[in-house]
Design a protein around this ligand. Structure first.
Ligand SMILES: Cc1cc2nc3c(=O)[nH]c(=O)nc-3n(C[C@H](O)[C@H](O)[C@H](O)COP(=O)(O)OP(=O)(O)OC[C@H]3O[C@@H](n4cnc5c(N)ncnc54)[C@H](O)[C@@H]3O)c2cc1C
Length: 339
C-alpha cells in the first residue's frame, strides 16, 4: 500500500522525551522541508503505552503518527526496531527518514539504511531540499575539516541522522491536528540475538548541556580524573553544566553526555569556560554559538586561546581552584550577611 502523499518520516524516540528533545527538533525540521516536496510529516512510534507521546508529537507538528504498540517493544531492541522500520518503509515508501543521532539512533539508523539498500548521512548539521527535489544533507566530514553536501539521487528513502540540539523545536500547540494510524505488530519477528539483562536510566541532569547558559568545559590539560572534579565543582557553583573534550570522555573522567564537539553536542552558552583545551576543529565546531569564551591554557598559541574573548595563560587547575575558592567565599559572605 503506497501513501498518496509523499511523506517525511521522523523516528520518534520517545523514551528520552524529557531528557532529549531530538524527535521534536526533527519534526520541526521536517515541517520546514515538507512544503518543498508537497509532503506530510509523519512520526513513527514503536513502543508500549505511547498515547501521551503521540499527542505530543502532533502538538509539535506531526501531521500523521504511525504507531506500532506491543509489550515486546517496551524496551529498545535494535533488531526488532530495524525489522519493523524496514517493513513499514517498504509498505509506505517515505521520501525521507530522519533519526536522532542518540546512542540508540546511531546503531539503529545504519542498520535500517543497509536493509533498505539506501544511503545514510550521519550527524547532519543542516538539511535542505534541492531544486530537483533531493534532500541536501549537510554534514562535517574528514574529521570535521570539511563540510560535505550530500544527496541520494538514485535511492529512496533518503536517510539522515541529526544530533540533538541542532534544530529548534516548534513550540507545543494544542490546536494542531494529526491522524493517528495504529498498525499491528507483525507476527513473525525474529528472536532477538541480544538479551537485555537490566535497564537503568541515568540520572536526569539539572539542565541540558545544549541549553545551558553557563558551561564549564575541561580538557586533557586538567591532568587527571581527580583534578577534573574541579570542573564539576565550578560548574555547580556557577549553576552551569559540565562539558568535556573527547579524550576526557574516552578516559572515563566524565560521562559521554558531557562530550562537546562533532561527536557530541553543540552548545550555545552565554559564558563558556574552557580549561586545558587545545581547540581542535572537532571540538570548536560545536562552539560557534557561544557568546563569550574564557579560556585557560599554558600555551598562549593554542587555538582555543585565539578564539577566546578572554585568554588566561596559566595552569588550568590553579585557575579553576582559585575561582572555586573565590565563589565559595562570596557565597559564604552573602550567607553571613543575610543571617
Ligand atoms: C572523527 C573525530 C571526531 C572527533 N570528535 C570530537 C568531539 O566531538 N569533541 C572533541 O572534543 N574532540 C573530538 N575529537 C578529538 C579532537 O581531534 C582532539 O583530539 C580533542 O578535542 C583534544 O582534546 P583536548 O583539547 O582535551 O586535548 P589536547 O589536544 O591534548 O589539548 C590539551 C591542552 O591542554 C593544555 N594544557 C596542558 N597542561 C595544561 C595545564 N596544566 N594548564 C592549562 N593548560 C594545559 C595544552 O597546552 C593543550 O592545549 C575528534 C577526533 C576525530 C578524529
Amino acid at each position: 500500500m503506497n501513501q498518496e502523499k509523499r511523506s517525511i518520516w521522523v523516528f520518534a524516540d520517545y523514551r528520552n522525551y524529557f531528557q532529549n528533545r531530538v524527535t521534536l527538533q526533527l519534526l520541526a525540521k521536517a515541517n520546514d522541508l515538507a512544503p518543498n516536496l508537497n509532503a506530510e510529516v509523519c512520526a513513527v512510534v514503536f513502543g508500549f503505552e505511547t498515547d501521551e507521546y503521540v499527542a505530543e508529537y502532533i502538538a509539535h507538528g506531526a501531521h500523521k503518527v504511525l504507531v506500532v504498540e506491543d509489550a515486546a517493544l517496551k524496551q529498545y531492541s535494535v533488531e526488532k526496531y530495524t525489522i519493523l522500520m524496514e517493513k513499514l518503509a517498504g509498505q509506505y515508501q517515505p521520501e525521507i527518514i530522519l533519526i536522532g543521532a542518540t546512542s540508540f539512533g546511531r546503531e539503529f539508523a545504519p542498520r535500517v539504511a543497509k536493509r533498505l539498500g539506501t544511503g545514510l548521512t550521519a550527524d547532519c548539521i543542516g538539511l535542505e531540499i534541492t531544486e530537483d527535489g533531493n534532500l541536501l544533507q549537510i554534514a562535517p566530514s574528514f574529521g570535521g575539516n570539511l563540510i560535505a553536501e550530500i544527496i541520494t539521487p538514485r535511492h529512496r528513502p533518503q536517510m539522515a541522522t541529526v544530533r540533538p540540539g541542532t534544530f529548534q523545536e516548534i513550540p507545543h500547540d494544542d490546536s494542531l491536528h494529526g491522524e493517528v494510524v495504529h498498525l499491528p505488530m507483525p507476527k513473525k519477528l525474529p528472536k532477538d540475538r541480544l538479551r537485555l539483562v537490566a535497564y537503568e536510566r541515568q540520572p536526569v541532569r539539572d539542565q541540558r548541556l545544549e541549553e545551558a547558559r553557563i558551561v564549564v568545559c575541561g580538557g586533557r590539560g586538567m591532568g587527571s580524573k581527580l583534578k577534573f572534579k574541579k570542573i564539576s565543582e565550578l560548574a555547580q557553583l556557577l549553576s552551569g553544566e559540565v562539558g568535556a573534550t573527547r579524550p576526557i570522555v574516552y578516559a572515563g573522567w566524565v560521562d559521554e553526555d558531557a562530550l562537546v564537539g562533532q561527536a557530541g553536542k553543540n552548545i550555545k552558552p552565554q559564558v563558556l569556560f574552557s580549561f586545558g583545551i587545545s581547540g581542535a576543529i572537532q571540538h570548536t565546531a560545536a562552539l560557534a554559538d557561544a557568546d563569550f569564551i574564557i579560556a585557560v591554557n599554558k600555551n598562549p598559541n593554542a587555538t582555543m586561546m585565539k578564539m577566546a574573548d578572554v585568554a588566561v595563560v596559566a595552569d588550568a587547575n590553579q585557575v579553576c581552584a582559585a575561582l572555586i575558592k573565590g565563589l565559595k567565599e562570596r557565597i559564604q559572605s552573602k550567607s553571613d550577611y543575610s543571617e
